[in-house]
Design a protein around this ligand. Sequence first.
Ligand code: SF4
Ligand code: SF4
Length: 200
Amino acid sequence: MTRRTVPERAPAPDIAGLERKVDAPAGDDMAFRSFLKGREDDEVDGAVRRILSQVRSKTDCRRCRNCCIELQATSRQGDIERISHAVGPSPEDFTGKYLAPDDEEPGLFAMRDKPCPFLREDGCAHYEARPDECRSFPHLDKEGFAWRTLTVIANQKICPIAFEVYQRLKRELWHRGASGAVPFRRRAEKAIYPRPNHRA
Ligand code: SF4
Ligand code: SF4
């Protein structure tokens, strides 16, 4: 959901084909998730950021907007005040009209409807003031990628960027040999097991 400089002729993201492409290698995606937890966090995060930068430069979010259609963006008080200041109604009126409190996290609100009521033909109606969550989706460049992969795997069905980054990362770090059986770049000396307090 970010407005970036991309080539004029960047192809429209292939939303229709995402679900089919994600379903096919689902077993691999989960196995790769376990594999990532055995790697150094810095190594995984660095690879994700490098690949993300390449993928973003070739993806035109303006021709996608699937996250604005499929997800209910969340906001906090700071987001609400910023949007209210930009578009007019008081924070209370804005909250009452468009948002519902999150059941589990105090102070967090979700958009009541989807697609998002602020999605327009040419993008977000209050793009410069949009919630932080919209700015950072699909949340790939935060620290600790290896411990947030359940969300990334789920987001692959919605977001072409999430799909492309996860699949490229898989090919790069865990590429299977010709036999299809052995991840040939796994470090032989490193034990592969989940951390006891894993986060996802
Ligand atoms: S607030 Fe804007 S960027 Fe966020 S979901 Fe709605 S239309 Fe999309
Ligand atoms: S779903 Fe992904 S590619 Fe599509 S607009 Fe949102 S962030 Fe961009």
